[in-house]
Design a protein around this ligand. Structure first.
Ligand code: 9L3
Ligand code: MG
Length: 129
């Protein structure tokens, strides 16, 4: 069975929210688009809204899908939506740090390998919600 992981490209004021992973050890310190695993019986979209609330203490509205399935491993794919914040200011409840990146700063953080092609697409498209 394929594991589905969902991630949010949260954009505000033309900047993208990046989040630094705290775990597992081999990913700690790497930067990602926040999100996580879809639970059994849960829709991808519901999972992503839930993960943003759990990890960042914000409410988000999903806007559009970026690409199709981005492969993370032989067992897992990553699905990405752009998102706007409808409530709250992001706080790193499960991450080491958060950083808002302007278009010229998109490569200032060390993205996890699985997220890099997504960032390339966002960089090419521009940070449009
Ligand atoms: N992952 C990779 N890039 C991302 C996200 C949200 C997750 N943007 C990977 C890291 C973990 C797995 O997917 O190996 C599940 O993520 P989580 O539930 O630990 O956040
Ligand atoms: Mg997560």
């Amino acid at each position: 069975m394929e594991l589905v992981v969902v991630g949010a490209a949260i954009i505000a004021d033309g900047r993208l929210l990046s989040a630094q992973r705290a775990e597992p050890p081999h990913m700690a310190g790497g930067w990602e688009l926040p999100g996580g695993k879809v639970d059994p019986g849960e829709s991808d979209e519901d999972a992503l809204v839930r993960e943003c609330h759990e990890e960042l203490a914000i409410k988000v509205r999903l806007r559009r899908r970026i690409g199709a399935d981005w492969r993370l491993s032989d067992k897992a794919v990553l699905r990405i939506w752009t998102a706007e914040i409808t409530e709250g200011d992001p706080r790193p409840l499960e991450h080491l740090a958060l950083r808002w990146l302007a278009p010229h700063e998109l490569y200032d953080v060390d993205w996890l390998p699985g997220d890099r092609p997504v960032i390339d697409t966002l960089a090419q498209e521009g940070l449009n919600i």
